[in-house]
Design a protein around this ligand. Structure first.
Ligand code: PBG
Length: 340
């Protein structure tokens, strides 16, 4: 049923905008710390952090520092953290064996954070690119990224992460059949409550540039990822992927990047009514930070506005490098209101 709108002046749409109280009362969508997943980068070593030039304010952290950061983030109300490993060129191999080693830096971080902040949900990344000599998410044979052999490796990686204590597995590789294979392995190894947040509609995007610097993949990557990540011109294909991943056992699905793909977020939510997440990726973060650092944009305001846009588009949550800053801003805004 279409709502009836009486003609002006019976209807003045500005009435509900006329005071802060009425604006708060009639606001349809809200952002809260509950909506946030914080991606962090971990590296070898002790008590150290390294800045990432293309992501101002983001650092690679040693595991002990990651634990401290996780504790703070959980204290700010952020329910989940997502771990990405930095791997130097020397540690990368063609067989990617480090990817499923129980002692790789990512699995070390999972154990340490689980131990220190057991209530916090820990998300992982499943793809071979941090360990691969050529920077690809799958094995490369004769210049091609091969699917089925890669899926076998991804399953081993998933089991190692679940064994380390991960709560949310994030296959980001875009191989076909990986969700079903991972789900089957989790079931048969006693990990029936480990969830899968599938990178379902992941586009072959130039907005991942700063991330590849952060994980040390920029120098490694030969060619591009267009034979496995989605073409930015496609929307229907995203819906086929969502349906496929749900049928294979994904609990939640993701659209990535975020802001340039809000139409996909909206369509996925409307079509499937399942938990939908967006990844506000490194390039989106870098754009906003760069403009803010130049004084061209109001940084804190565009941060919150950009995150609220995901909620309006239908997302249940957002992976964002802004997570702690956003949670702090939300807490401070609530505190300021309560003091008045
Ligand atoms: C790799 C992976 C990427 C991101 C998350 N997992 C990069 C890529 O596909 O090349 C990007 C995240 C970001 O840009 O913030 N499997």
């Amino acid at each position: 049923m279409k709502p009836t709108v009486a003609p002006f002046p019976a209807t003045r749409l500005r009435r509900l905008r006329s005071s802060e109280a009425l604006r708060r009362l009639s606001r349809q969508h809200r952002l809260s710390a509950d909506d946030l997943i914080w991606p962090i980068f971990v590296m070898d070593g002790r008590d150290a952090e390294e800045p990432i030039a293309s992501m101002p304010g983001v650092t690679r952290k040693t595991v002990d520092r990651a634990v401290t950061a996780a504790r703070e983030a959980y204290g700010l109300g952020i329910p989940a953290i997502c771990i990405f490993p930095y791997t130097a060129m020397e540690a990368r191999t063609e067989d990617c064996a480090l990817a499923w080693s129980p002692d790789n830096i990512s699995n070390q971080a999972i154990r340490a954070i689980k131990d220190a902040v057991p209530e916090m949900a820990i998300m992982t990344d499943i793809a071979l690119d941090p360990y691969n000599i050529n920077g690809h998410d799958g094995f490369v044979e004769d210049g091609r990224i091969v699917n089925d052999r890669t899926v076998e490796a991804l399953v081993k990686m998933a089991l190692a992460q679940a064994e380390a204590g991960a709560d949310i597995l994030g296959p980001s590789d875009m191989m076909d059949g990986r969700i079903g294979a991972i789900r089957g392995a989790l079931e048969s190894h006693g990990h029936e409550n480990v969830t899968i947040l599938s990178y379902t509609a992941k586009f072959a995007s130039a907005f991942y540039g700063p991330f590849r610097d952060a994980v040390g993949a920029t120098a490694a990557l030969t060619g591009d990822k267009t034979t496995y990540q989605m073409d930015p011109g496609n929307a229907d294909e995203a819906m086929r992927l969502v349906e496929r991943d749900l049928q294979e056992g994904a609990d939640m699905i993701m659209v990535k990047p975020g802001m340039p793909y809000l139409d996909i977020c909206r369509a996925a939510k409307q079509t499937f009514s399942v938990p939908v997440f967006a990844y506000q990726v490194s390039g989106e973060y870098a754009m906003l930070q760069a403009a803010a650092q130049n004084g061209w944009l109001d940084g804190p305001k565009v941060m919150l506005e950009s995150l609220l846009a995901f909620k309006r588009a239908g997302c249940d949550g957002i992976l964002t490098y802004f997570a702690p800053e956003a949670a702090r801003a939300l807490r401070d805004a609530a505190g300021a209101r309560n003091r008045r």
